[in-house]
Design a protein around this ligand. Sequence first.
Ligand code: IPE
Ligand code: IPE
Ligand code: MG
Length: 239
Amino acid sequence: MGQPFHVAIIMDGNGRWAKARGLPRAAGHKAGVEALQATVRAAPDLGVKWLTVYAFSSENWSRPQSEVSDLMGLLKLFVRRDLAELHRAGVRVRILGAREGLEPDISSLLAEAEALTAANTRLNLNIAFNYGGRDEIVRAARKLAQSVRDGDIEPSDITAETFSGVLDTACMPDPDLVIRTSGEMRLSNFLLWQSAYSELVFLPCFWPDFSTARFVEALKTFSERDRRFGGRTAKGLAS
Ligand code: IPE
Ligand code: IPE
Ligand code: MG
């Protein structure tokens, strides 16, 4: 199997990385942003056209207020400081997740990043922020219910395709590969619909220790998998 076209990453383990060094969690999140920058820079040359990263989940609001505000601050810093570089590098930035309830300065920064980079094509970078798979599915169901009530569609028009079309990832390919760092083996509400047939790779390293070499290794693991999608077409099987 070739290279994954769309890689999604659960960037986990910043807190434990910091703890292991006797540093505050905020230092781990800061190191995590650096790992993200390096990953975005490396992706296009590794044949990755779509990169989706889990930056803040709908459940992460339950963390102490101080950590939430550190994470918000880092997002603002990342977008403000790196937007020009991302744009120059041909990266198209899009945000997945609920926009309602975000601070106005964050929403406007996110909208600015999407607008500035809208015509870029070298790499598609999706930042899942205030994102939860269940929340996304519920918001999609509401949109379809509203369309039925408005008389624009019939219930029988609702198919997997039309449903995909009202998710935050409308018109985007599903991830081929989902990577999670930190040794945890769960999805934590990430891309529940879209990862139906994704290959999952769990790495023991904490997110700040992710590197281009580990990225390449994960892509190699992916290339050795047989994807069958329920059929019998994988190599080595009679079709
Ligand atoms: C991932 O690192 C970053 C976010 C969830 C925002 P964590 O903060 O979850 O780090 P651990 O899992 O506690 O080590
Ligand atoms: C998932 O990590 C969310 C992000 C990486 C942004 P968590 O650290 O929040 O997940 P759990 O709590 O270990 O499941
Ligand atoms: Mg975690």
